[in-house]
Design a protein around this ligand. Sequence first.
Ligand SMILES: [Fe+2]
Ligand SMILES: [Fe+2]
Length: 377
Amino acid sequence: MAETTIDSPRKTRLVFCTSRPSRYAAVLNTLRQTFAIVLTDSGPTASDAIETAPEVVIIEDQLVGGDGTWLAQQARMVRKGKSGTIIMVGPKETSAIGRLLEERVVDAAITGNLSPGEFLERFWRIYGTRSEDEHVIAISKPAARVMNTNRKLFTRLEDMVAEGGIDREGRKAVTAAADSVVDLAGDPSVAPMLHQLRGHHDSTFAHSLRVGILMASFGRAIGVPDDQLRLMAETGLLHDLGKMKIPLSILAKPGKLTEEERGEMNLHPVFGAQLVNDGYRDLPDLIAAVRHHHEKLDGSGYPDGQTRGQIHEMSLCTAVVDVFSALTDRRDYKPAMARDQAFSIMDSMVGRHLEPRLYRRFRDLVIDTRLADEPKR
Ligand SMILES: [Fe+2]
Ligand SMILES: [Fe+2]
């Protein structure tokens, strides 16, 4: 028996072949926000659905009535010469899956006993990377180069975090990425790229790169000298580095965080500042900006409850850009908010949370230059 659900035809089409749809119920609920999903088992309906050349095909390896190998091969045949993503899923990585990956019949596999949050994190990494790269290359080559430099940087940052922090060598990688971001900040391709980076896949990467680019653009607009522009880009790239120390079960949790989880999440600026400490001893501004990007003027922020007059200018600046980016980012649990709506919320945060002068300059910049607007299609 096959259950077929067809959502809005305007969404990207995804075919999910599984004999156990209840196992993926939470995952499917989230994916429905982005994709028009055809859910099917291994019968002829699966074959028919794959024949329609959907952009994404997910196939469970063990289907009732046979393994998913032949469906994967069919999906590859249909895809020949076209872009798209084919993913195999299963409880463990079998030799059959290994062969499909080796022969490039499938693009990736998601295996293991995963929570919905972990499954989605892996999915967005695979799907996000592929679709994002194709889209960005279509917009502009310089933008694609910056995206690549920074994606490599973020992979390296993960290793550096595992090893305890950013050292002098690591700093060189960050500097190179920040320079590419500063260059891009003067490039007209930046707005559509920022829009693209609103994707919820790879969420900390996309968010950090967006904050880095917006910081550099902001700095450029207010006449900050070049070396300071790089510092602003570095701050944006690194401000949420401490999130790499927060468990995925909290970071990618679809619902509301418990008080305990919120407490742990709120440690990310402290972790971040510790992690950048070794590489940036000579740049206390950067360490301060990372540690204090969630402080508020009225003292209700964290981690130190600093108030107006105590909070470093670079932290105040990061806070404005960070809040804007967080509101207008798209995440697993929320769609992207329109620019004007984000500003009407931010208007109400001025004075208590955000520094008025910096906020107004940033808002004017985004509105005047149409930075972060959706590109015309
Ligand atoms: Fe943060
Ligand atoms: Fe952030």
